[in-house]
Design a protein around this ligand. Structure first.
Ligand code: GTQ
Length: 375
């Protein structure tokens, strides 16, 4: 059926009428809808420490913590700006707490985490465990766990917040709660009392003492804390992590990620939360990885070292404390540019979500040839 002057006039009217009725004509958008490859709905992007640290310091001096309870700058992908999404599923920010500052207790349906950048006195209290935080420590607050934060030290503390908030918002399931109650004591005993901070009820460093021996699962106690979703180990200490990486440095490692370790639930061996996988990875001096792409998106934080990550053909040169995003289905490979020093990343991806939904797909490219790895 050829388009004539008469039909084209009708079609223009139809298009306008469809718009009024909030109807989209499939024939107008089909090329963008039925793509042969997954679409990249976020950009590869990097935030340099030298750029964001001065801004964080200024915010620390001028923005009262009470203004938002947690003072953070959010690494926002230009594709989503000003919606604070680093990728389609991941939210990441850098929080700063001055000495004495606190964030009152709250909980939420997004899964959340902190990775400490600097400062020694930071803490998060999670389900009654006060977790002290030092550089490189990872603190997990699975969905629905009560948590409050503060800085008991003498210098500002900074950490990276990472949440699956964009995913949870997209699913219309994001919920925050600030009304926290505890059993009263003394004259209030038997009553429920609203509190702004949790009473500490676990031994110091419980998570570490109970769970840090990999391969030795406590055969007593209940491996269920908070809502029972996610890991019962809330803190992963840097000295353990870096020692494990070092013990494995002579192994081949992953062709795409070097020596890569996943932080897991020590009771089940599964990802620490249902939606995201947390990793630390070591690129040995001079190491260059193979190139791949997968439907999972990844947030990277450079713990140490200098090098480049080539994402979709573009070179991102990184150094200590830089942050970058690799969106889903973007080709990428990493290079440790130093002949002497290690490079270490903290990397968080939404792969568990893609895998649970049977949407994880991965390809590699070797010598210009593309091969399916998973999918
Ligand atoms: O520190 O608990 O950036 O609950 C967003 C939500 C930080 C936190 C964020 C949060 C937190």
């Amino acid at each position: 059926m050829a388009e004539t002057a008469a039909t084209s006039d009708i079609r223009a009217k139809m298009r306008a009428r469809a718009k009024d009725l909030s109807l989209v004509e499939l024939w107008a958008i089909i090329a963008d809808l039925e793509t042969k490859q997954p679409k990249k709905n976020a950009e590869p992007y990097m935030w340099r420490w030298d750029d964001f640290y001065p801004l964080a310091q200024q915010a620390g001096k001028t923005v009262p913590i009470e203004e938002s309870e947690r003072r953070a700058l959010l690494f926002t992908n230009p594709s989503y700006y000003p919606k604070p999404y680093m990728t389609a599923t991941l939210y990441a920010g850098c929080s700063l707490y001055n000495p004495g500052e606190v964030a009152p207790v709250h909980r939420h349906s997004p899964n959340a985490s902190r990775f400490v950048i600097q400062g020694d006195g930071g803490f998060t209290t999670i389900e009654g465990e006060k977790c002290m935080m030092n550089r490189g420590d990872l603190i997990i607050t699975p969905q629905g766990t009560w948590h409050d934060h503060g800085n008991d030290g003498k210098e500002p503390v900074l950490w990276i917040d990472l949440l699956d908030l964009p995913l949870v918002e997209t699913l219309s399931a994001s919920r925050f709660e600030f009304d926290y109650f505890e059993e009263g004591s003394g004259s209030n005993s038997g009553e429920r009392v609203k509190r702004h901070f949790q009473t500490v009820r676990e031994k110091p460093d419980h998570s570490h003492n109970f769970y840090a021996a990999g391969g030795l699962r406590p055969a007593f106690g209940v491996h269920r804390r908070g809502t029972g979703v996610g890991t019962p180990m809330f803190v992963y200490r840097w000295h353990e992590t870096v020692a494990a990486l070092d013990r494995m440095r002579s192994y081949g490692g992953s062709p795409y990620d070097g020596v890569i370790l996943e932080y897991v639930n020590p009771a089940t061996g599964e990802a620490v939360v249902p939606t995201m996988a947390y990793h630390v990875q070591l690129l040995r001096p001079g190491e260059e990885t193979g190139e791949h792409r997968h439907t999972a998106s990844t947030a990277y934080f450079v713990i140490e070292g200098e090098g480049t990550t080539v994402i979709e053909g573009k070179e991102f040169a990184w150094g200590r404390n830089d942050v970058f995003a690799v969106p889903g289905w973007a080709w990428h490979r990493h290079v440790n540019k130093s002949a002497k020093n290690d490079a270490i990343f903290y990397a968080v991806s939404d792969a568990p979500t893609l895998k649970k939904l049977a949407l994880y797909r991965e390809e590699r490219r070797i010598g210009g040839k593309v091969e399916l790895v998973v999918g």
